[in-house]
Design a protein around this ligand. Structure first.
Ligand code: ZN
Length: 180
């Protein structure tokens, strides 16, 4: 089963904006959806993925999201051309990202507490999702990715500086390991 490699920060391709999908049924789009769902399933501790995080040429505006309820038998959500149409409330919580040293780097991000998202599913049907708390945070994080925004961009300048320092330290450590 094909999985797609994840891009790692600070790869500049994480800043690419996703291309809106004009034809959900196009074979290349259906293949990317299939491979993204497979990649989500095969990546440990992964809540969601956006196409712009993956090693894809011209990533389309697609995100796949696991159901936040671990007891749910519902299949992961696939959202195409997702757009936030309503947002309310505020909530600050810790986030991490599969593309930014997920085991080592976390940061507190302020997001809307409740949102409404419109998107298409993989069959091309229009979906309207109302989400709160964790799922709302997850959707905002992924929709940011599709616009080339990483959660680190929401940190205060001071916190951002500290995180960048830690990342360059982690990068040096990785380099040393390779040298040995
Ligand atoms: Zn992320």
């Amino acid at each position: 089963m094909p999985t797609i490699p994840l891009l790692q920060y600070p790869n500049p391709r994480l800043r690419n904006k996703a291309k809106p999908v004009s034809s959900v049924h196009a074979p290349e789009i259906q293949k990317i959806i299939y491979d993204m769902l497979e990649t989500l399933a095969q990546t440990e501790n992964c809540a969601a993925l956006a196409a712009t995080q993956l090693d894809l040429l011209n990533p389309p505006a697609i995100t796949v999201i696991n159901n936040p309820d671990p007891n749910s038998s519902l299949a992961p959500l696939c959202l195409i051309n997702p757009q936030i149409v309503e947002a309310s409330g505020e909530c600050t919580d810790v986030e991490g990202c599969m593309s930014v040293y997920p085991d080592q780097i976390k940061g507190k991000v302020k997001r809307a507490q409740k949102i409404k998202v419109k998107a298409l599913n993989q069959k091309g049907q229009l979906l309207e999702i109302e989400a709160e708390d964790f799922l709302a945070r997850c959707l905002q994080h992924e929709i940011d990715h599709l616009q080339g925004i990483i959660y680190l961009d929401h940190l205060s300048p001071l916190k951002r500086k500290l995180v960048e320092k830690k990342i360059s330290h982690l990068k040096n450590l990785a380099k040393k390991k390779v040298d040995i």
